[in-house]
Design a protein around this ligand. Structure first.
Ligand code: G3I
Length: 341
C-alpha cells in the first residue's frame, strides 16, 4: 500500500512527524520511516531556545541544521518549533530574570534578538513557524486574564500581552514567506464550556483585524482515551479558525491510553486499544474536511520514543508505530482515511 506521504500528496495534505535528532541517521529503521512516510517534519526539541542558545550569545544550530538538511534531501517541508514558549528556556535567561540581572526592557530585547536570529538562520527553509506556544490558560490555571491568556505565563507575566503581536511582527520581518502559527493544546474539540477555544479564537480574530502577520492556528492534538473526544466539534472549531482567514494544522497528534507496562506499551483494555486509532482517525478526517487545514503531524515516530510515559505515568501507546517500530492499527487507519480522501 502507499505511504502516508504519497496519499497525502494526492490531496495536498502534508503528513508529518516530530523527529528526535538522537535517532535520526543513527537508527536505520527510524530514519527510513521518517523519510518514507512523511512529507513534513518538526524538530521535537532541536529548535527550542535551550537547544539553540545554551550559552548566552553562542548559537548551536547543529542538530536543527541536520534535520533541515535531511528534509531537503528527502523533499520534505519543515515546521519550525517554537520561538516563544515558557518551557525549555536556557537557564542563563531564566536565572537572569529571577535574580534581576536581566531587566524587563532587556528581556524584551533579548527575545527580539532570539526571534530575529533564529528565523533569519532558517530563512527560506521553514514552511510554518510555531511563533508562540501555549500562552492561554487552561480551566485549572489559577490566574487567567479576562481575555483568557494565562497571567502566570513567563512571557505574559514579564512583558505583557502585547508581546504576542510583536513576536509575529518580528518573525515576519525576518522571513516574510514563512507561515506564522500560534500553537496550543485543547483549543479544538473540547467539550464543556470550550472556553480556551473561544479565547484563542477571539484573540486571533482581533490580531487579524489589526493586520498582525499571523497566518495560522495549530491544534496540538494530544488526546487521552480516558476522556471523551468530539470529532465533530474538533472539526467545527478548526473551521472557525479557518473562517478567520487563517490556515490550520494539527501539529502534535498523539493519543495515549493506560498501558500495563511502560516497556511493552500494550493497552490495558480492548476499549482503549480501539479508541486509540479511532481518535487519531477523527482528528485526521476533521483536518481533511476543513479546506484550510494544511498539515497533520504526529508527535513522534514510535512508542519507544515518546514524551508520554515520562509525563503521564501509566499511559503510553500514543503513536503510529509500536515499541518495535512496527505499524499499529492507528497507522493503517490513517492510511485508509487518506486513501478515501
Ligand atoms: O537534553 C537533555 C539531555 O542532555 C539529558 O541527557 C536528558 C536526560 O533526561 O534530558 C534531555 O532533555 C530532555 C529533552 O526532552 C530532550 O530529550 C528533557 O529532560 C525533557 O523534558 C524534554 O521533553 C520534551 C518536552 O517537550 C519538554 O517540555 C519532549 O521531548 C517533547 O516531546 C515535548 O514537546 C512538547 C512540545 O514542544 C509542545 N507541546 C507539548 C509537547 C509535549 O510535552
Amino acid at each position: 500500500a502507499d505511504s502516508l506521504r504519497a496519499l497525502g500528496d494526492r490531496q495536498k495534505l502534508a503528513v508529518g512527524t516530530a523527529v528526535d535528532d538522537a535517532h535520526l541517521g543513527s537508527d536505520q529503521p527510524y530514519t527510513a520511516i521518517v523519510a518514507d512516510q512523511f512529507s513534513v517534519v518538526t524538530a521535537e526539541n532541536a529548535m527550542k531556545w535551550e537547544s539553540v542558545e545554551p550559552t548566552r550569545g553562542t548559537y548551536d544550530w547543529a542538530a536543527a541544521d541536520r534535520l533541515v538538511a535531511f528534509a531537503g534531501e528527502h523533499d520534505q517541508q519543515v515546521r519550525g518549533h517554537t520561538l516563544l514558549w515558557h518551557n525549555q528556556l536556557p537557564s542563563w535567561l531564566t536565572t537572569g530574570v529571577d535574580n534581576g540581572t536581566i531587566t524587563k526592557d532587556q528581556l524584551r530585547e533579548i527575545l527580539h534578538k532570539h526571534v530575529t536570529d533564529e528565523v533569519t538562520h532558517f530563512r527560506g527553509k521553514i514552511w510554518q513557524w510555531d511563533v508562540a506556544n501555549e500562552v492561554f490558560a487552561n480551566s485549572w490555571d489559577p490566574n487567567p486574564l479576562p481575555n483568557g491568556l494565562n497571567g502566570d505565563d513567563f512571557w505574559i507575566k514579564n512583558l505583557g500581552e502585547g508581546v504576542l503581536a510583536d513576536v509575529f511582527r518580528w518573525a515576519h520581518q525576518a522571513d516574510p514567506k514563512a507561515l506564522l502559527f500560534y500553537n496550543d493544546y485543547n483549543i479544538a474539540g473540547q467539550d464543556g464550556s470550550n472556553a480556551k477555544f473561544q479565547a484563542v479564537h477571539d484573540f486571533f480574530a482581533k490580531l487579524v483585524a489589526q493586520g498582525v502577520p499571523v497566518n495560522g492556528i495549530g491544534e496540538q492534538g494530544h488526546l487521552d482515551t480516558q476522556y471523551g473526544f468530539d470529532g465533530k466539534l474538533f472539526q467545527s472549531d478548526l473551521q472557525s479558525y479557518g473562517d478567520l482567514g487563517l490556515k490550520v494544522a494539527v501539529t502534535e497528534a498523539d493519543v495515549r491510553t493506560f498501558v500495563n507496562n511502560s516497556t511493552e506499551q500494550v493497552p490495558t483494555s480492548q476499549l482503549a486499544a480501539f479508541a486509540q486509532p479511532y481518535e487519531f482517525s477523527q482528528m485526521l478526517t476533521a483536518c481533511q474536511l476543513v479546506d484550510q487545514c494544511i498539515s497533520f503531524t504526529a508527535w513522534g515516530v514510535y512508542d519507544g520514543d515518546s514524551w508520554i510515559p515520562g509525563t503521564f505515568a501509566g499511559t503510553g501507546y500514543g503513536l503510529l508505530y509500536d515499541v518495535n517500530k512496527a505499524p499499529k492499527p492507528a497507522y493503517y487507519t490513517l492510511q485508509q482515511d487518506l486513501q478515501l480522501g
